[in-house]
Design a protein around this ligand. Sequence first.
Ligand SMILES: *[C@@H]1O[C@H](CO)[C@@H](O)[C@H](O)[C@H]1NC(C)=O
Ligand SMILES: *[C@@H]1O[C@H](CO)[C@@H](O)[C@H](O)[C@H]1NC(C)=O
Length: 559
Amino acid sequence: MRLVEYLFCVFSLQRLWFQLDCALALQAVPRVAVSFTEQKHKSHFTMDDISNYSVFLVHESSRTLYVGAKDYILALSLDSVNDNPKWIEWKVPKQHQDSCAQKGKKEIDCHNYIRILEFLNDDELFVCGTYSFDPQCIRINLEEFQLGKLISDEKMENGRRKCPFDPSQKYAAVMADGVLYAATVNNFLGTDPLISRATGNLDSGIRTDATAVWLSDPDFVGSAFVRESQHSDIGDDDKIYFFFTETAREFDFYQKVKVPRVARVCKGDMGGLKTLQRRWTSFVKTQLVCADPDSENGIHFNILKDMFTLQSEPNDWSTTVFYGIFVSQWKKGEVSAVCSYSIQDILEALNGKFKEYNRDCEKWATVTGVIPEPRPGSCITSQMKAMSFNTSLDLPDRVLNFIRDHPLMDQPVHPIDKRPILVKPDTNYETIAVTRVAAVSGSKSHYDVLFLGTDKGHIHKAVKIGAQAVILEDITLFEINQPIQNLQLYQDSLYVASSSSVVHLPIANCSKFRKCHDCILARDPLCGWDTEQLKCVNQDANESVRRCERTHFIDQVTS
Ligand SMILES: *[C@@H]1O[C@H](CO)[C@@H](O)[C@H](O)[C@H]1NC(C)=O
Ligand SMILES: *[C@@H]1O[C@H](CO)[C@@H](O)[C@H](O)[C@H]1NC(C)=O
């Protein structure tokens, strides 16, 4: 920062306490750094023999946090992770492990890394693990879990198409009305990537076509179930979105270029009758853009690392916003960015023009010719039913042939406000979780609070103010650096998964600010100054302020 800017900042901070311009200049510098030893409010759950904590699942009514790890599934208390933990062991038999090692895999990878943890219904869990490069799934009754029953082999079902083989492989999976949709690889060698409807009755097992136009060496990072049939006046279907990075085929470049993508399928898709049999008829995808349009040599953040889905109104899918973290292929390890996308912008792109490879000029270009009817890649809507296309099985071959060859859309999706909300040098973000909160004090405004996990075991807490996010805190979670594997927000708590432990911390720790101006300058929407108690308090406070009056200082000094 230049000196002039700095002086301006200091000056305006003193004058106005809450100066947005200032925040923009300072956004990437956390105001508060919390070291490992300073933290009194967090608790670490660790257990001998259990490591590689990975996936979380919240069960509200029993206040349980289910956690997947290496060879174990745990049930912890949401209120206090160290209180009466329960677990089930699900190990790979020794013989099976030996044969995995004989196939040239590392011993450490020949375990059962839990990758999928979902509710099948009200009283059953659906769990999948890599099971020594032979993925398997099981159903676990929640009551039996509480009794710590062991898992018997008979109960296992093949995890192919659902769960990765290799614990280092990226994947995504989401349960939609009791049916699992998964993005993973289909074989031991990792050569057949796919997005599939992976459970449910056999006839509904639909997948992506195995051509590079559909998926080209993808790294899957996230998925989301969006209930778009809700209040739909066109009789729309529910959708499942997938987020990944793949090798671009549409750019002319001397090296392989990676491109971040969003793809979607319709829940009711049954595949085609002759063409695209047991393949999606509704698979469409496009590019996500995350770049700063203003900087001249703007970095293109073209590798997506994680995607968080925030639906701020539970009964209104149109409030869905996706928050992604990105790095750049050309500046790996040097800088990360956060970009957010609205579902409306994604829909617009997916309903727009198609792209195709033009053989004559050897270039990818917009499709300008005639597009068959009904629109290829659509979900079955009321209008289509009126045209006698009751399911995707009724779609004509010309429509199916077209979508088979043209799953890629022409128009990319730009981020909200056309720029990243945060660009952070010298940092590798691995995971993100976001919550929308009402500001504690005075105003009725809402803020999105972001939690970003780094590869070094730090959590950056940031708040989005206007078009930009400001980092409020840099929290060091571990004595020994280790990447953050996963984040789970629930009510006032953040749960963090890493190789060695599950960490439980409050989303705001306002009491650490002892003085009014520290409390206010922290800029944390979850904290406000309580003028009666003379304390920095979080959300529950009924009366708190955003501004420090003179009297508060006097109170401070004298108290
Ligand atoms: C499991 O944890 C160990 C450290 O405890 C780490 O070295 C290894 O990479 C982890 N494996 C996976 C697949 O996450
Ligand atoms: C679609 O459904 C309607 C009413 O359910 C039926 O009359 C019609 O024959 C069906 N069309 C096809 C192509 O199956």
